[in-house]
Design a protein around this ligand. Structure first.
Ligand code: NAI
Length: 368
């Protein structure tokens, strides 16, 4: 019997209306009965920040922590030091950067995630975000819905077709590849990718994508860049003022990977000045995002004021659709059940184990 602390977002009335919202504090990833039947202590909370939070207080004698990237319990080195019994950190979803992975290695804590559980959910969101920026959807929608106006030219002056544009992904793993697959029928001029790993040659051929090995060169060739790489030392703050300046004037950037891959103020400056025609995504450097975060209010200079022209930001939800929640809830339970019963884990789910990186995705030269 072990103690499990689980950090989820609050569902409120939405969780009462929709029982399939499994990733909420109310619905507890559907794990409550299993934990109770097996005699485990199962603490579920959304209270995660600061020394007086439930997470910080309860983790001190916990064996396992379960978190999601949507409302991340930040399991940093300091917190790990306060949790001497901690042996397993499960991410119900994909992306375990909210856990200090180097510290987890030092302590030989296993970090596992439900690999693949929401990759289609995110890839669809990426394609939607590219289209809403390139086609200037926000301005058109605000015009008819909020302002009750009809001024076609004011929308059309900033609306383009995706056909004929060059789109590139930073990271061509499970999500990046699915984005390329979904973009293929749009007849883009070219699909590019920047990754330290080659796509398998049949996958590269299927989508007709070309790898560009130098990031500056890659950025200068793209009309649209989408970021689909994990957050680690090599990607933190990667898209800063200098890299953004390498992007084409009037290009678009979509980031559904992790907010901290981009420097928030530098992106806001690039959008507000019109160097970027738009930025969209659902991930923020710290979540929930602060009320005065510049990404809430940034707006391109070419659109009507207050229209959110060039701003496609939403809260972190692309990977937590109803369709995805079932998959990551079941996957998280499977990881726990395998661990407690000494069963073999699905290798792709393991990020770090026995003091080593098991995944290649968290930095060049790491993992098997
Ligand atoms: P994956 O592990 O299948 O692919 C990641 C790819 O990024 C790998 O090919 C890796 O080589 C590449 N990469 C790593 N560092 C790089 C760098 N410095 N430059 C270029 N490429 C680099 O992971 P998957 O499933 O595609 O997910 C990617 C990320 O997307 C996750 O780590 C997570 O942060 C984010 N994500 C966001 C979600 C959301 O709801 N917004 C949901 C799921 C994932």
């Amino acid at each position: 019997m072990v103690k499990v602390v689980c950090v989820l977002y609050k569902g409120g009335p939405a969780a009462q209306e929709e029982s399939r919202l499994l990733g909420t504090t109310e619905n507890k990833l559907g794990m409550e009965k299993y934990m109770k039947d097996n005699g485990h202590t199962f603490i579920v909370t959304d209270d995660k920040e600061g020394p007086n939070s439930v997470l910080h207080k309860e983790i001190v004698d916990a064996d396992v922590v379960i978190t999601t990237p949507f409302h991340p319990g930040y399991i940093n080195a300091e917190l790990i030091d306060k949790a001497p019994k901690l042996k397993l950190a499960i991410t119900a979803g994909v992306g375990s950067d909210h856990v200090d992975l180097n510290k987890a290695n030092e302590r030989k804590i296993t970090v596992a995630e439900v690999t693949g559980s929401n990759v289609v959910s995110v890839a669809e969101h990426v394609v939607m975000s590219i289209l809403l920026l390139v086609r200037n959807y926000n301005v058109g929608h605000a015009q008819v819905y909020r302002n009750k106006e009809w001024y076609v030219a004011d929308i059309a002056k900033n609306a383009f077709d995706l056909e004929g544009l060059t789109v590139g992904t930073i990271g061509a793993g499970r999500i990046g590849f699915r984005v390329l697959q979904r973009l293929k029928p749009f007849d883009c001029k070219e699909l590019l990718y920047f990754d330290y790993q080659n796509l398998p040659s049949d996958a590269e051929k299927e989508v007709g994508a070309r790898r560009v090995q130098d990031l500056d060169d890659f950025l200068s060739q793209c009309d649209v860049v989408t970021i689909n790489a994990p957050l680690h030392e090599g990607t933190k703050g990667l898209m800063n003022k200098e890299k953004l300046s390498k992007m084409r004037k009037g290009s678009w950037l979509v980031n559904t990977a992790r907010g901290a891959i981009c420097v928030a103020d530098d992106v806001a400056d690039a959008v507000n000045s019109g160097h970027l025609r738009g930025y969209a995504g659902d991930v923020w450097d710290k979540q929930p995002a602060r009320e005065d975060h510049p990404w809430r209010t940034m707006q391109g200079p070419g659109g009507p004021s207050g229209s959110s022209y060039g701003n496609g930001m939403v809260p972190h939800y692309s990977g937590t659709t109803i369709s995805a929640q079932k998959r990551y809830a079941e996957g998280a339970l499977e990881i726990f059940d395998n661990w407690i019963n000494g069963k073999i884990q699905t290798p792709a789910n393991i990020i770090v184990e026995n003091g080593e990186y098991a995944s290649k995705a968290y930095g060049q030269g790491r993992g098997k």
